[in-house]
Write a protein that binds this ligand. Structure first.
Ligand code: CO
Length: 164
């Protein structure tokens, strides 16, 4: 799967702020345990891509390893190691013995949102374009839409599907 790395600290800072607000106000996401950890940090678009992939592997029930992660993201293991260290510094993952990567509670909450965002956009683009695969566009745009937009697209999608 190709990965489009768009580094934009400011955009991600805004996303994090909105995400935290949504955590508190929405019943869809729980209040994030230990979200204060993230207060003064920002995760980049690239870190979001990694966390989304780690969360996917985690959901599949497999142990998350650097090599699996690098393979899935089409990057070198050394790049994956670097990025996992960034996630670790932000309290989103912790690494265990034998190079396993474990999501923290914060990592699970953010990962869940990132996957929801990805899937929502993918379904939406497939629906409007009557296509099966819109991964390339999703990977490019997903980092730039806020929580409110994603939730509204999700609601719109439900409406469109139930009326068609
Ligand atoms: Co994605």
């Amino acid at each position: 799967m190709p990965i489009y790395v768009i580094m934009s600290k400011n955009v991600t800072q805004v996303l994090l702020r909105e995400w935290r607000m949504a955590m508190v106000s929405s019943n869809k996401f729980y209040t994030l345990k230990g979200y204060m950890l993230l207060e003064n940090n920002a995760i980049t678009s690239s870190m979001e891509d990694y966390l989304e992939m780690i969360y996917r592997i985690h959901l599949s029930g497999e142990v998350v390893r650097i090599n699996t992660l690098a393979e899935n993201l089409n990057v070198k293991p050394s790049s994956a190691t670097k990025m996992v260290n960034n996630l670790k510094e932000n309290g989103l993952v912790s690494s265990e013995k034998y190079g396993y990567i474990k999501l923290t509670d914060s990592g699970i909450e953010l990962g869940k949102y990132l996957l929801f965002r990805h899937d929502t956009l993918h379904s939406f683009l497939c629906y409007v374009n009557q296509s099966e695969n819109e991964l390339e566009q999703v990977e490019k745009i997903e980092h730039f839409l806020n929580v409110q937009t994603i939730e509204n697209i999700n609601r719109l999608l439900d409406k469109m599907k139930s009326s068609s």
